[in-house]
Design a protein around this ligand. Structure first.
Ligand code: FES
Length: 177
């Protein structure tokens, strides 16, 4: 497959370039644009980003491989990152992971045959107070997971619906003593 940015992508990248004194910092948002466009930033996409920004391929590769949020290979339409770090583990993170493995018929790190879901086990996502939790494709968090919540999530995503994600309020500054 030949990877090409659309005119809109290129316009956005050009706009980003005007925000920085040099092009290097544009690598991160350009990789996001690429991932949103192609679903991943595999080595071919990394080359495209490097060519577009006129930067060394090694630089773009270094940035892309540093952050787990950039997918270096094709993933499912929805990527489920299940946290099994300490708080989540104590609150049943592995039960949730195992439940998802059984439900989707895949092991962690794998993608379902229909390309709908990739399941990952990840380290702390910074929502320990809402354990056990998972993240959907680098975006929404689903907290206080139960099997029922997992069922609803999978059903909604399969039907092309956005589940009702719970909003988490951060402590207000004037409540902190
Ligand atoms: S331990 Fe799961 S979010 Fe921190």
């Amino acid at each position: 497959m030949a990877y090409e940015f659309t005119k809109e992508d290129l316009k956005e990248i050009e706009k980003l370039k005007t925000k920085y004194p040099e092009v290097t910092p544009v690598t991160l948002p350009a990789l996001w644009i690429a991932q949103n466009r192609f679903g991943h930033v595999n080595p071919e996409v990394q080359k495209l980003v490097a060519k577009t920004l006129d930067l060394p391929e090694a630089h773009v590769h270094g940035v892309a491989t540093f952050y787990t949020q950039y997918y270096k290979e094709e993933k499912g339409k929805h990527v489920l990152d299940v946290c099994t770090c300490l708080s989540c583990q104590l609150c049943g993170g592995y039960d949730i992971l195992n439940y998802l493995e059984d439900k989707l018929g895949i092991k962690k790190g794998e993608t379902t045959d229909d390309g709908m879901f990739t399941l990952n086990e990840v380290e702390c996502l910074g929502a320990c107070g809402y354990a056990p939790m998972l993240q959907v494709t680098n975006d929404k968090y689903v907290n206080h997971l139960t099997e029922e919540k997992v069922d609803n999530l999978i059903e909604s995503l399969k039907n092309g619906e956005q589940p009702e994600y719970e909003k988490i309020g951060m402590p207000r500054r004037n409540n902190i003593k």
